[in-house]
Design a protein around this ligand. Structure first.
Ligand code: DX5
Ligand code: ZN
Length: 214
């Protein structure tokens, strides 16, 4: 299992320290939640702050857009050279065009699905993306409760991926902890995002990350 701690739960007063610490603790990606106050009822960070994150991160960035104007935000974040940029299928009329744009900028395109969106909604995009992100909470906030139906969605998505693009990875985001990690692994998930579980862990970041690496 690959681990992408979400910096939404980091200490924003000491963001550089926290980003360095999760990288030193062995995470695989740094998950960055970009919210615009329109697609989701919350606002987070823009390219100025993420540039500072990129400077100190020793692991690749995984940028999760939760915004209305995907193409505009892709242009804002592409110069930071993240590994992934993902955007929500629910908010895009022309997802294939956005995927092509992300790819043309040298970044791995990924598509995100809200908890109610069936995997079949992206079946004919799978050949063109490197990762699908399944939300296991409603996007907008850290620290929410895991929605277990993501497990069935992951299994169905895995079957579609095996047919259309076996190299495509499955990422799950929201409410991930040491209690549900085994069931996510069994369902075929490759990457988990974990915010409050990692940053709120009393035994430290390394302990938290190690406990998810199964
Ligand atoms: C929610 C974000 C998540 C969030 C996860 O909209 O996409 O990345 O930070 O936080 P936890 O792990 O606390 O649910
Ligand atoms: Zn996220």
């Amino acid at each position: 299992m690959l681990i992408a701690p979400s910096i939404l739960s980091a200490d924003f007063g000491n963001l550089a320290c926290d980003v360095k610490a999760i990288c030193d603790a062995g995470c695989d990606f740094v998950h960055v939640d970009v919210m615009d106050g329109h697609f989701v009822p919350n606002l987070t960070i823009g390219p100025v702050v993420v540039e500072s994150v990129a400077k100190v991160a020793t692991k690749p960035l995984d940028i999760h857009l939760m915004v209305e104007n995907n193409s505009f935000f892709v242009d804002l974040f592409a110069p930071l050279k993240p590994k992934y940029i993902s955007f929500h299928i629910e908010e895009e009329r022309h997802p294939h065009r956005v995927i092509q744009k992300i790819r043309s900028l040298g970044i791995s395109p990924a598509i995100t699905l809200n908890p109610h969106t069936p995997p079949e909604a992206v079946e004919f995009l799978l050949a063109d993306v490197d990762m699908v992100l399944l939300m296991s909470v409603n996007p907008g906030f850290g620290g929410q409760k895991f929605i277990p139906s993501v497990l069935e969605r992951a299994k169905r998505l895995k079957r579609l991926i095996e047919y259309h693009n076996p190299n495509c990875l499955i990422e799950v985001d929201g409410g991930v902890n040491d209690q549900n990690i085994q069931s996510l692994k069994t369902a075929g998930v490759d990457i988990v995002v974990a915010g409050s579980y990692v940053f709120g862990n009393k035994e430290g970041y390394k302990h938290a990350i190690d406990s998810l690496k199964i």
